[in-house]
Ligand binder design. Structure first.
Ligand SMILES: *[C@@H]1O[C@H](CO)[C@@H](O)[C@H](O)[C@H]1NC(C)=O
Length: 255
C-alpha cells in the first residue's frame, strides 16, 4: 500500500468516525439552536430534518420541497425555521423533549452528519441552610441540591464541601471575628449556573446577642449586690453612731 493510499484510508476512516459520532450540543430550556450541514451540492430540490428521541421515536421536524415548507409535528410548530439555501435549521424556545438526534435528508438522501442535542433545565438559585454545631464558634452551612456545588467565601476562595447523605454538600465555618465575612454556594450544570444570596458571619453567630444579655445581667446583679453591701455598711455605721449618741445622751441625763 502506498503512503498516499494509506493517508487516504486514514483520512476516510477519520471522517467517517467523525460523522458517525456527530456533534454533541447542550442547551438550556428556552434557548435556541442551529444545525447546519457542512455543504449542499448540487442545489437541493428537497430538504428534510428528522428528530429521533432516546426512546427511538422518529419525527419529521421540518420539510422543504417544491410545495414549500411544512412542519407536521406540533412539537416543532412556530419555533422552527429552515434556510433552504444552506440547509440550516433553527429551533427556538427549546424544551427537554427536543433532546435527541437530528439528521438531514437532502434530495431524499440521508446525510452522514449527525447532531446530538441535549436540552437541560437551568439550575435553580440555591438557598443555604444553617445548622448549629456543638462548638458555639462554628456552624454548618448546607446546600441541598443534586447539581455540582461550589462553595466560596468573601475572599473569593473556593472551599471544599463534604457530601451529604442524600444530596448536596455542607461546609463547617468558624467564627473569624469579622461580621462582614460571607459565604456563598453556586450550583452548576453544563448550561447554567446560579449563586445563592451570601450568608454573613454576623447572622451566623447571633448567639453573640444572648451572651451579651447574659453579660449585662451578670453586671447588673453585681452592681445591685455592691449597692446593697454599701447600704449595709452605711446603716451599720449610722446605727453605731446612733448608739454612741444614745449612750452619750443617756450619760448626760443620768448625771
Ligand atoms: C419520545 O417521543 C414519544 C412521542 O412523542 C414520547 O411518548 C416519549 O416519551 C419520548 N421519549 C422521551 C425519552 O422523551
Amino acid at each position: 500500500m502506498s503512503l498516499r493510499r494509506l493517508t487516504l484510508v486514514i483520512l476516510v476512516v477519520f471522517i467517517t468516525t467523525e460523522a458517525a459520532s456527530g456533534e454533541e450540543i447542550k442547551k438550556a430550556v428556552g434557548d435556541a439552536v442551529c444545525f447546519r450541514p457542512n455543504r449542499i451540492d448540487p442545489p437541493a430540490s428537497s430538504i428534510m430534518w428528522k428528530h429521533r428521541n432516546s426512546s427511538g421515536v422518529l419525527l419529521k421536524v421540518i420539510e422543504w420541497d417544491c410545495n414549500g415548507f411544512s412542519i407536521p409535528n406540533q412539537r416543532f410548530k412556530d419555533i422552527t425555521t429552515l434556510d433552504k439555501e444552506t440547509g440550516e435549521i433553527t429551533i427556538r424556545d427549546l424544551n427537554v423533549k427536543h433532546s435527541g438526534l437530528y439528521t438531514i435528508n437532502i434530495n431524499s438522501k440521508e446525510q452522514e452528519q449527525r447532531f446530538h442535542l441535549e436540552v437541560l433545565e437551568r439550575v435553580p438559585k440555591p438557598v443555604i441552610k444553617t445548622q448549629k454545631s456543638i462548638n458555639p464558634d462554628a456552624v454548618y452551612l448546607i446546600c441541598e441540591y443534586s447539581e455540582t456545588i461550589i462553595w466560596k467565601n468573601s475572599a473569593g476562595k473556593t472551599l471544599k464541601g463534604l457530601k451529604l447523605h442524600l444530596k448536596g454538600e455542607f461546609i463547617m465555618v468558624e467564627k473569624q471575628g469579622n461580621p462582614e465575612n460571607f459565604y456563598t454556594c453556586t450550583l452548576e450544570n453544563a448550561v447554567s449556573e446560579a449563586t445563592s444570596d451570601p450568608v454573613y458571619e454576623r447572622d451566623l453567630f447571633n448567639d453573640l446577642n444572648t451572651r451579651l444579655v447574659v453579660a449585662i445581667a451578670v453586671s447588673l446583679i453585681t452592681v445591685v449586690i455592691i449597692i446593697l453591701f454599701l447600704i449595709k455598711i452605711h446603716f451599720r455605721d449610722y446605727c453605731a453612731a446612733c448608739c454612741r449618741r444614745f449612750k452619750i445622751d443617756k450619760k448626760i441625763t443620768d448625771m
